[in-house]
Design a protein around this ligand. Structure first.
Ligand code: GLP
Length: 259
């Protein structure tokens, strides 16, 4: 695991974009597969990647994108559905084809339909050859995607209830807490771990405790993001505030300085 600590969120976005660009180049696939996170954390990173596309350093026109998660029950085209968010923030600016953007299906009306949609999503990822670079944020409660504390470390894409904490955190994107869906379909932690490379971005003091638990606490379902420790190629790119509670900071900085 590599931990890179930068002064500001803008530096985090720039550095994380470099890590993603290197990862996609190393994938050596004409049509790479990118794992896409939502939330506010990766927005700066997406803006940097869009700049790289404009500068001719990145071409995602043949790439495929897989979202981490989706709310259950939002009407098609709802501006806060993760499909719409990714169409806005990624497909347009980065030139990723909307036809090759895949998002878990939260439109099922029965549990059986949602379960079938989740299984279909797992098959789609496998048929694509797997995710080359997975972009990740982290919830203030340590969630990854929408894998809330208690999620099985080997879980696959499935329907889950959102925690009260997550619903309150995400209420800012809706008119009020009562509009935030209660359920989601999320890639499992096992699904995330199958990606060849993980790149987590986090900024701000609100994430400091979750980041410390994820990177330096025990590998535990109580902190789903701690699965980063299990992955052979994971990088966390943090600003000073998000890194404030890390104990091994000196080591990370020395390692980041190179051999
Ligand atoms: C959201 C998403 C996660 C995201 C996290 C943090 O609800 N499902 O994938 O990483 O919560 O969000 P933010 O970056 O806005 O703090």
């Amino acid at each position: 695991m590599e931990v890179l600590v930068l002064p500001t969120p803008a530096d985090v976005a720039r550095r994380a974009a470099e890590v993603v660009l290197e990862g996609l180049a190393a994938a050596r696939r004409a049509a790479p597969v990118v794992g896409l996170a939502t939330g506010s954390s990766p927005l700066g990173l997406y803006a940097e990647l869009a700049a790289a596309v404009r500068a001719g350093r990145l071409d995602l026109s043949g790439a495929t994108g897989f979202a981490l998660d989706e709310y259950v029950g939002l009407p098609p085209g709802h501006p806060q559905s993760y499909r719409e968010v990714l169409l806005r923030e990624v497909c347009g600016p980065l030139g990723l084809s909307a036809e090759r953007l895949h998002v878990p299906d939260g439109s099922g009306r029965t549990e059986a339909e949602l379960v079938e949609g989740a299984a279909r999503y797992e098959r789609l990822i496998a048929e694509s050859g797997g995710v080359d670079v997975q972009i990740l944020g982290i919830g203030a409660n340590g969630h990854l995607g929408f894998n809330e504390p208690g999620s099985a470390l080997s879980s696959r894409t499935r329907v889950k209830r959102l925690s009260d904490r997550t619903r309150h955190d995400n209420a800012r994107f809706f008119d009020g807490i009562e509009d935030v869906p209660t359920h989601c379909v999320t890639q499992g932690l096992g699904t995330v771990l199958d990606a060849r490379q993980l790149v987590l971005v986090a900024s701000g003091t609100a994430k400091a405790a979750a980041v410390a638990a994820a990177l330096e606490g025990p590998l535990s379902a109580s902190c789903p993001a701690s699965v980063l420790q299990w992955h052979a190629d994971a990088t966390a790119v943090l600003d000073e505030d998000a890194a404030a509670l890390l104990r091994n900071r000196d080591y990370y900085d020395a390692s980041a300085a190179g051999l």
